[in-house]
Write a protein that binds this ligand. Structure first.
Ligand code: ZN
Length: 294
């Protein structure tokens, strides 16, 4: 097991900018929206403007220095080996408590299928955290450098709502199951298995189904979460239609800096601009979800 909190606390004492951004998180403004059987939160986080406003086309990506490659990381940023392929770092631009980044050691493209077993095994290796993955076309700010993230458990709405939300079972066998959340505003598929290999197999089945539906050979658009709790591996797949809603491409007053990645689709909309935060409504949340969620 890896003690992510220890690395996090060491970096708090060693790295001033990081500590300041973590402290700012405590004073951040939040709004909550009662959507009936679930809740959506909005977070006003101006420090995320760089990420939310990032140009993600191939040319812009190629022109910038990769912030996940070792040679470009600040020397104060420590890492811990998770296995022979991945390392653990603190996320210098945190959205939630205990926010970590888990990059591959090599600069290689963001994709989940060849690395799903690593993702699932880290759920157990870092038992204090919920892991997450942003598909290269739906929220990853470094689509050119394979990485996962992790945040302290219990902060994402679905982690508690999974107890009460209605579900439709898609597949069930010997205590393992794949189910879909019903009336949740966006699509979410939950996989629960005792064995990591079974969780991986369910994920791969779902991956192929989504691929067929998209009619494409490339990775189906998705955000993925996972954690290990009381003997079971849990995966949550949020299939996506697109990354950014139409509001993001408007001009003038109609423009909104809403750029949903995994944490947003999970129920915490991160808004870097005060006006977007203040003016957000339930109707707009549902509209954004209907545009970007499958
Ligand atoms: Zn890189």
């Amino acid at each position: 097991m890896i003690n992510a909190e220890q690395l996090f606390h060491e970096q708090l004492t060693e790295w001033d900018e990081f500590r300041q951004r973590v402290e700012q998180l405590d004073t951040i403004e939040l709004r909550s929206f009662n959507m009936g059987n679930y809740t959506i939160y909005a977070q006003y986080n101006p420090a995320r403007a760089v990420s939310s406003g990032a140009k993600l086309d191939a040319k812009s990506i190629a022109a910038r220095k990769c912030f996940l490659c070792q040679e470009n990381r600040p020397s104060v940023q420590k890492h811990q080996d998770l296995n022979e392929r991945f390392i653990l770092l603190v996320n210098p631009f945190p959205i939630l408590k205990g926010h970590m980044t888990i990059p591959h050691k090599e600069h290689k493209v963001q994709e989940i299928l060849p690395f799903i077993d690593d993702f699932i095994s880290f759920c157990r290796t870092i038992p204090t955290h919920t892991l997450l993955y942003n598909g290269p076309q739906c929220g990853a700010s470094a689509p050119d450098h394979l990485h996962f993230q992790a945040v302290l458990k219990g902060q994402l709405p679905f982690e508690t709502e999974m107890q009460s939300i209605s579900t439709r079972v898609l597949s069930e066998c010997k205590g393992n199951k794949m189910e879909e959340f019903v009336n949740y505003g966006r699509k979410c598929i939950h996989i629960q298995c005792e064995q990591p290999a079974m969780a991986s197999s369910y994920f791969q089945q779902l991956y192929k189904q989504l691929q067929m539906r998209e009619g494409s050979e490339s990775e189906p658009k998705m955000n993925l979460f996972g954690f290990y709790e009381e003997g079971d591996y849990h995966l949550f797949v949020f299939p996506r239609k697109k990354h950014r809603p139409s509001q993001y491409f408007e001009e003038g007053d109609a423009y909104k800096m809403i750029s949903p990645g995994a944490i947003d689709i999970a129920g915490i909309l991160v808004l870097p601009r005060k006006e977007d935060f203040d003016n957000l409504t339930k109707e707009e949340i549902l509209d954004v979800f209907s545009q970007v969620s499958y």
